[in-house]
Design a protein around this ligand. Sequence first.
Ligand code: HEM
Length: 169
Amino acid sequence: MDTRPELTDPLAERRALQDTETRIALAGHPLHAMLVSFPIALSFSTLGADLLYMWTGNDFWAEAAGYAIFGAFALGVLAGITGTAELLLVRGIRNRSASWTHFILAVMLLSILGANWIIRIGDPEGAVLPVGLALSLLSAGMTALTGWHGGKLVFDYQIGTRVEGIERP
Ligand code: HEM
């Protein structure tokens, strides 16, 4: 007769890791996932405008880059606030180390976006070369990394994919 204890799945046992529903949502859709598209698009637009300024020398592109990076920073902070609220409020999100890795990446990204905006205030043309362009390259790289990692939270751990009280088949 087999006397070994029955094996259990530690993950299945731990509700603290399973409750990953979204709380900051509009009609069941996480606000964070909706908002992050703006800083992502604007961060890459800033890099594009900087490169076009370097290529053409047209001041329009330096000014466009200044507005784009301001939008990336401001909307990134807004997205960060909704993400942080989910992180702190939802047990299965705050109990995962991957969520905190995403938080650290995002705070680093927001600092770079903020610095990239601040150096352009008052002199958007003079700020592009070389520091603005270097910061835009760093911003785009960090945006890609943070966005990819956010996707991992959703696809690997199903974070934010359920709504409290609604069972999906
Ligand atoms: C500042 C702190 C941040 C925290 C605490 C945070 C937290 C989260 C959480 C909990 C999720 C899972 C979905 C949800 O529940 O809403 C997520 C997804 C995601 N995050 Fe963040 N986030 C932060 C900032 C950012 C920023 C600045 C970006 C911009 C690049 C970003 C990009 C993403 C992406 C692309 C997803 C996947 C969305 C999807 O595919 O549905 N996050 N984040």
